[in-house]
Design a protein around this ligand. Structure first.
Ligand code: SAJ
Length: 424
């Protein structure tokens, strides 16, 4: 069965680009979201996130009538679920994933399901979620046969296919990356591969749903563990008075060593989150993954200590200047370079902590944000250069790489872009 009409549930960082790319292949795409502002924007051919090339595509496919955004799920040939899977809010030692958005996606799709439909879950999820989704749907639609403990041909096919795109390169990676497709049955995988072949030029590799779920969590946990190693090295090197960037570049000359780069911590909605989906279900076994998470989560606190030390040092150097007279500028607030996303941003954590625990004057330069709903004074790079005692580089945005060394008496460079000239 071919896919003429496809619904994408969730028009966020993954859902919207996926909907737009499918629509650009002349498929009728219905983008479903709960946020009326997003719906309005998309229907005007505009987007609510910063992602290169996405707005051009959305504007074209909306104009041509291939993409429509709405709050109501419609009958379709296929449904792609791309909703968030956040943590539960309780302050537990190990955060637990919250599947409420996947459950409400199931609730909205269920009444529209027909024999022959395909459902694909793309949201990063704990192992077993696709099975859980199938159970929810089968309870909601007892009149249809689902791929659960049955030898008969199910009426509805269900598969898990994780997204793997890098923010900032989403359009390119959506089509070029290989995809892992894990169906509830062999035929579910095959039908899902048929759908991805509409726009994916990379390979589509078949597996089962549990393996596909674990592949996604493994990819991001692997990166988290590797970044934790780099972050641990940076703390060690600071103690030993060794330049960590030089150390890593020399160690990486070895043909089988490839160390990543340290920074102020790990942010974003993926690498800082997904490893917990493994740890929360397997706390006894996932020792290394847990430790990496705690190493990366503690890095902002280490940077905060460095900033506190530099405030004391600057006050000494400037003949006991009062704390409230010290001007501190942070360069970068987003979770990584050249994007506008502040989710789980270690930079923001550091800035908030300094604002709430000291009386220094705090400013921030952030070229990717026009405004911020917080008590943080955004200033231009030019103004910062005239008025800063301590400059703290938190994100390696391209604009900051063009600055040789800001005019400040102390520089803390957590990303190593001004390092040869920096004091930390
Ligand atoms: N970071 C470092 N050092 C490094 C690399 C990254 O400190 O050497 C930090 C970044 O500054 C950022 C965090 O890690 O705070 C995460 O950034 P990232 O670029 O590693 O990853 P994301 O979160 O933007 O995207 C990841 C990607 N996963 C992998 O590379 C394995 C992407 O392919 C996934 O699709 C995405 O997660 C996701 O949606 O899961």
């Amino acid at each position: 069965m071919s896919y003429k009409k496809i619904s994408v549930i969730g028009l966020g960082y993954i859902g919207l680009p996926t909907a737009a790319v499918l629509a650009s292949k002349n498929k009728t795409v219905i983008g479903v979201d709960v946020n009326e502002e997003i719906i309005k924007k998309v229907n005007e051919g505009r987007i609510h996130i910063i992602e290169p090339h996405l707005e051009e595509i959305v504007s074209t496919v909306v104009k041509e009538g291939y993409l429509k955004a709405t709050s109501k799920t419609e009958n379709s040939d296929a449904f792609i679920i791309a909703v968030p899977t956040p943590f539960k809010k309780e302050l537990k030692h190990i955060p637990e994933p919250d599947l409420k958005y996947i459950k409400s996606a199931a609730n909205s799709i269920a009444p529209k399901l027909k024999k022959g439909n395909l459902i694909i879950l793309e949201s990063t999820s704990p192992v077993g979620t696709t099975k859980q989704l199938t159970k929810w749907l089968s309870e909601l639609r007892p009149d249809l046969l689902f791929p659960l403990n049955t030898d008969e041909k199910p009426d509805v096919n269900i598969a898990y296919c994780p997204e793997r795109v890098l923010p900032g390169k989403v359009i390119e990676e959506l089509t070029s990356n290989d995809r892992v497709v894990g169906g509830m049955t062999d035929n579910c995988s095959k039908r899902a591969i048929q759908l991805y072949k509409i726009f994916v030029k990379g390979k589509c590799i078949q597996t089962d749903s549990q393996t596909a779920e674990m592949v996604k969590l493994t990819e991001n946990s692997s990166r988290d563990v590797q970044i934790a190693f780099a972050n641990e090295l940076s703390i060690l090197c600071d103690k030993l008075d060794i330049n960590v960037r030089e150390l890593i570049s020399l160690a990486n000359l070895h043909p089988r060593v490839n160390i990543l780069q340290p920074g102020p911590g790990v942010g974003g909605h993926c690498i800082a989150v997904d490893p917990w989906f493994i740890v929360s279900k397997n706390p006894k076994e996932a020792k290394l993954i847990y430790t990496a998470r705690t190493v990366n989560d503690s890095k902002p606190k280490w940077v905060i200590e460095k900033i506190r030390e530099s405030i004391i040092e600057h006050r000494k150097r400037s003949k006991e200047k009062k704390e409230e007279d010290v001007r501190l500028t942070f360069y970068g607030m987003t979770f990584k370079a050249d994007i506008d996303d502040i989710r789980e941003s270690p930079a923001l954590e550091i800035i908030r902590e300094i604002i709430s625990t000291s009386t220094v004057q705090v400013f921030a330069v952030e070229p990717n944000l026009k405004r911020i709903d917080e008590n943080i004074k955004l200033i231009s790079s030019k103004d910062a250069n005239k008025n800063t005692d301590i400059a703290v580089l938190l994100v390696d945005h391209k604009e900051f790489k063009e600055i040789n060394r800001p005019n400040a008496s102390i520089i803390i460079d957590t990303k190593g872009i001004w390092e040869k000239n920096a004091d930390r």
